[in-house]
Ligand binder design. Structure first.
Ligand code: HEM
Length: 538
C-alpha cells in the first residue's frame, strides 16, 4: 500500500518526529539556580516603551504582525471548519502535530467517532477526516475533486517521475498497461515462486526456533519473508539471493521515513537520507534485473517472473499499449510495488499468524481443509485451482484483514472545492482522509464487528457478502490496489503452508493486543511465536 498510510501506501500518519527534532534541538543548558544569588540581583529586562526610539517601534510592529498572523490563522481555521466537529481553536503554528507524532488507534477512533466528517489542522494544513463508508468512498471515487497525496518524503524516495504520482487520464493509461502483470495467467507464474520462497523461510524459522526455548517476535522475520517473496516474484532468477538480502536489510530505513512531516532537507543522518540510500541500493539491483530479463526473453526463454511476463507482453505484436520501457523505468515500477506492498503485506501476514495462533479452532479448520485438499501429499505444489478450493482459509484471510486492516486510511487532497455533503464543501488544497476502519467495523454490516468470524464470509446471503462496498481493505476507485488478488493469494499461500509445516505457540504479552502504527498496523510486541515442526497428530 502506497498511501500514507502509509501508506499507499499508503501512507498513514506515522509521525515520530522526535528523533529529527532531537537532532535539531537547542543544546543550551539551563542555568543552575544558585541559592547564593539573591533574587533582587536578577536583572529584569525592561519592556521597551515608545520612548525607547527606533528599536521599540520595531518591537511593537513585529509583535503586532505576529499577533495578527496568529489571529488570522485562527480565523482561517474556523472559517474552513465551519460546523464540523473538531477543536474550536487550533494550536498556533503546529496544530495537532504533537498527537500525530505518536498516533494511537484510540486517538484515531476518538477522531472517527466524533463525526462522519471532522476537522483538524497540522502545521496549517487543514485536514478533513472522513469516517463513514459513504464519505470515504466518495473521496476515493471523485477524481475530478481529489487525488492521492503521499507524504512529502515519498517523492524524495520514489523519485518525482515515478508513475504513482500520475493522476487522471495519464494515470489511467499507465495503470492499464500494468494491469497485465496481475492477470490470472501471471498469478499462475508467481505462485510456485512464492511457495518455494515461503517453504525455504519456514525451514529457517524452524531451525532458528530450535536454537532457543523462547518465543521470538516475527515482526522482522515475516518482513524478510515477504520481501524475499516479492523480489523473487518480480525478478525471478534475475536477482541474486545476496541482492534480495541487501534490499531487505536496508528497506526498514524506508518504512521508518514514512512520516507525515520530515526534516525538510535530506541531509546525511536524517531518516529521508537513509531511505534514499536504501532506494538507490534497491534500484541498482532492480535495473540490472530488468536488463537481464530483456536479454533472457530475447533469447527465447519462457517467462518465469513478473519482469519476464512484462517484457513478453511488450514484445507481443498484438499488444496495443506503449512498448518502450527503459531498464530504469521498469525498475521504478517494481520499486513502487515494493513501496506499496512491503508494509501492508507484512501487516496482513503478521496479524494472519497471530489470529491463527490465538484461535486453535480456526487453525484446526484450516488444517482439515488442507488435509482434504492435499490428500496426504503435503509436498504437492500449489496451483491457483487449489487456492480456489480453500473456502475456509480464503474467508479467514479476508476476515483477518477486516478486523485488523493493514491500511486504515489514505490521505488525499482536494484539487478544487469539493462539495462532499449537502451542507459542507471541503476547501481547495485541503487534505481529505478517508478512513477504512469504521466501514470494516460497521455493526449494521458486521455483527459483533470486533469478533474474528471467518464464517460470516461463507454465507453468500449473509450481510458481509451483501455489502461489498464496506470491504475497502484495498481502497476503492481509480487508485484501488492494483494487486489485490495477488496480495490476498500470497497471504493465503503463506498461511496454508504454515498450517501444514508448523506448530506455533503464541506467547501472549500485555502488548499482544495493543496496536502499533508503523506505516501500517502491527501487534505492539511484534507477535511472539515459538515454532516447531508440525506434529500431524495435532
Ligand atoms: C495486504 C496487502 C495490501 C493492502 C492491504 C493494500 C492496500 C492498498 C490500498 C488501501 C491502496 C490505496 C487505494 C486507494 O487509494 O483507493 C493501495 C494502492 C496500491 N497498491 Fe496495494 N495493498 C496491498 C498489497 C499490494 C501489493 C502486493 C502490491 C504490488 C505488488 C500493491 C500495489 C499497489 C499500488 C501500485 C497501489 C497504487 C495504485 C494506483 O495508484 O493506481 N499493493 N493498496
Amino acid at each position: 500500500m502506497i498511501k500514507q498510510s502509509q501508506g499507499r501506501n499508503s501512507l498513514e500518519f506515522v509521525p515520530t518526529m522526535s528523533a529529527n527534532l532531537k537532532d535539531a534541538s537547542f543544546a543550551a543548558s539551563m542555568p543552575s539556580s544558585t541559592p547564593s544569588a539573591p533574587l533582587y540581583n536578577l536583572t529584569v529586562p525592561a519592556l521597551p516603551t515608545f520612548a525607547g526610539g527606533k528599536s521599540a517601534t520595531w518591537f511593537w510592529t513585529t509583535t503586532t504582525i505576529i499577533f495578527s498572523l496568529l489571529a488570522l490563522e485562527q480565523i482561517v481555521y474556523r472559517y474552513k471548519k465551519r460546523h464540523l466537529p473538531g477543536d474550536k481553536w487550533t494550536i498556533p503554528l503546529i496544530g495537532k502535530f504533537a498527537d500525530s507524532m505518536s498516533p494511537t488507534m484510540e486517538g484515531y477512533k476518538k477522531q472517527w467517532d466524533s463525526g462522519a466528517l471532522s476537522a483538524i489542522s497540522v502545521f496549517n494544513i487543514f485536514i478533513v477526516m472522513a469516517s463513514s463508508n459513504e464519505f470515504s468512498r466518495k473521496i476515493l471515487n471523485s477524481p475530478s475533486y481529489t487525488e492521492p497525496c503521499l507524504v512529502h518524503s515519498a517523492k524524495q524516495i520514489l523519485r518525482p517521475e515515478n508513475w504513482v504520482f500520475l493522476n487522471g487520464k495519464e494515470h489511467l493509461s499507465y495503470r492499464r498497461g500494468l494491469n497485465s502483470l496481475f492477470t490470472r495467467r501471471a498469478l499462475g507464474i508467481y505462485l510456485p515462486i512464492q511457495e518455494s520462497v515461503t517453504r525455504k523461510h519456514f525451514a529457517t524459522w524452524l531451525a532458528d526456533s530450535a536454537k532457543t526455548p523462547r518465543a521470538q517476535p516475527i515482526m522482522m522475520t515475516a518482513r524478510h519473508l515477504n520481501m524475499d517473496a516479492s523480489l523473487h516474484v518480480f525478478c525471478g532468477k534475475h536477482i541474486s539471493d545476496e541482492a534480495a538480502l541487501e534490499i531487505s536489510d536496508k528497506y526498514w530505513a524506508i518504512t521508518q521515513s514514512l512520516e507525515l512531516v520530515n526534516f525538510p532537507l535530506a541531509l546525511p543522518g536524517t531518516k529521508v537520507y537513509k531511505a534514499i540510500q536504501a532506494r538507490k541500493a534497491a534500484m541498482r539491483w532492480l535495473e540490472l534485473a530488468a536488463k537481464r530479463s530483456k536479454e533472457s526473453m530475447a533469447s527465447g526463454a519462457e517467462p518465469e517472473c513478473m519482469l519476464d511476463e512484462w517484457v513478453q507482453i511488450l514484445n507481443d505484436p498484438s499488444y496495443k499499449g506503449r512498448r518502450e520501457f527503459s531498464d530504469l523505468e521498469m525498475a521504478m515500477v517494481l520499486f513502487s510495488f515494493l513501496f506499496a506492498s512491503q508494509d501492508a503485506m507484512s501487516s496482513g501476514l503478521i496479524y494472519g499468524f497471530q489470529h491463527m495462533a490465538d484461535n486453535p479452532d480456526m487453525l484446526a479448520k484450516i488444517r482439515a481443509e488442507q488435509a482434504t485438499l492435499r490428500q496426504g501429499n503435503y509436498d504437492k505444489p500449489l496451483s491457483l485451482e487449489m487456492i480456489d478450493q480453500m473456502p475456509y482459509l480464503n474467508a479467514f484471510v479476508k476476515e483477518s484483514m477486516r478486523v485488523k486492516p493493514p491500511v486504515t486510511m489514505v490521505p488525499y487532497k482536494t484539487t478544487r472545492a469539493f462539495p462532499i455533503s449537502d451542507d459542507y464543501t471541503v476547501p481547495v488544497n485541503s487534505m481529505v482522509i478517508p478512513s477504512f476502519y469504521n466501514s470494516l467495523h460497521d455493526p449494521s454490516v458486521f455483527a459483533e464487528p470486533d469478533k474474528l468470524d471467518p464464517e460470516r464470509w461463507l454465507d453468500p446471503e449473509g450481510s458481509a457478502n451483501k455489502n461489498p462496498k464496506n470491504y475497502i481493505v484495498f481502497g476503492s476507485g481509480p487508485h484501488r490496489c492494483i494487486a489485490l488478488e495477488y496480495a490476498h493469494m500470497n497471504i493465503v499461500l503463506v498461511l496454508a503452508t504454515a498450517a501444514i509445516m508448523l506448530d506455533m505457540e503464541h506467547e501472549i504479552t500485555p502488548e499482544s493486543n495493543e496496536v502499533e502504527i508503523i506505516a501500517t498496523l502491527f501487534p505492539k510486541d511484534g507477535c511472539r511465536l515459538k515454532f516447531s515442526p508440525r506434529n500431524p497428530d495435532h
